[in-house]
Design a protein around this ligand. Structure first.
Ligand code: AMP
Length: 217
């Protein structure tokens, strides 16, 4: 199994796809958003520092992220492969990531671009509910993504909540940031022939998952 990164706007489904791949192939799912939310939950120095920027949908400074990421990628469980979700989000992070992979002797792997329209992504974001305990994401808009019991996490039984940044204002800001900062990465990775694209609109979660599996195999 290779290392996989996703380039995708908010609410494209990267969290859900990643969780399924990681479960099936037994590799860790490393989400920089989750690493940051964990810091906020334990009210660490970093957590206090990033809380406001995150709730406004702004990007957190590269220094903070690379520090958290270096610590996480240094764990033994990343040697067999991992999915990195939410990073890199701009060219400067992509360059830091290249250096980090080299330093930790980890390969570049595959970059998957999830192409979704802003309309569909926003519709999904406004309905998304997440588990505050295990990070799983659900969406009542889609039968395949609905929890078995309404409002309850299938995996750990916790009460599902809406993320504080899944409101219209924050979504538009995050989408705009994605277009300005992250979208240029498509060209960055395409030039190295390490980019695969999946169109999301009009497909079921199972169809999308099959495409991801075809790419990583
Ligand atoms: P996500 O869970 O990926 O949607 O990320 C939620 C929020 O965490 C983002 O809106 C940013 O505020 C912050 N964040 C996550 N990953 C990064 C990153 N690579 N660089 C900067 N900020 C990030």
């Amino acid at each position: 199994m290779k290392n996989i990164i996703f380039i995708a706007p908010p609410s494209a489904g990267k969290g859900t796809i990643s969780a399924k791949i990681c479960e099936k192939y037994n590799i860790p799912h490393i989400s920089t958003g989750d690493l940051l939310r964990d810091e906020i939950a334990v009210q660490s120095k970093i957590g206090i520092q990033v809380k406001e920027a995150m709730s406004k949908g702004e990007l957190v400074s590269d220094d903070v992220i690379i520090k958290l990421l270096k610590k996480r990628l240094s764990s033994k469980d990343t040697k067999r492969g991992f999915i990195l979700d939410g990073y890199p989000r701009n060219i400067s992070q992509a360059e830091s990531y290249d250096k980090l992979l080299e330093e930790l002797d980890l390969g570049m792997g595959t970059v998957i671009y999830l192409d979704i329209s802003m309309e569909l992504a926003m519709k999904r974001a406004l309905k998304r509910i997440v588990c505050p305990k295990c990070g799983l994401s659900y969406n009542p808009l889609d039968k395949e993504l609905s929890p078995i019991t309404e409002g309850i996490c299938d995996s750990c039984g916790s009460k599902l909540i809406q993320r504080s940044d899944d409101n219209e204002e924050s979504f538009i800001k995050r989408f705009d940031t994605y277009m300005k900062e992250t979208y240029p990465l498509i060209d960055y990775y395409d030039k190295r022939n390490s980019l695969a694209k999946i169109v999301i609109d009009g497909k079921t979660p199972s169809e999308i998952f099959e495409e991801v599996e075809r790419i990583i195999k």
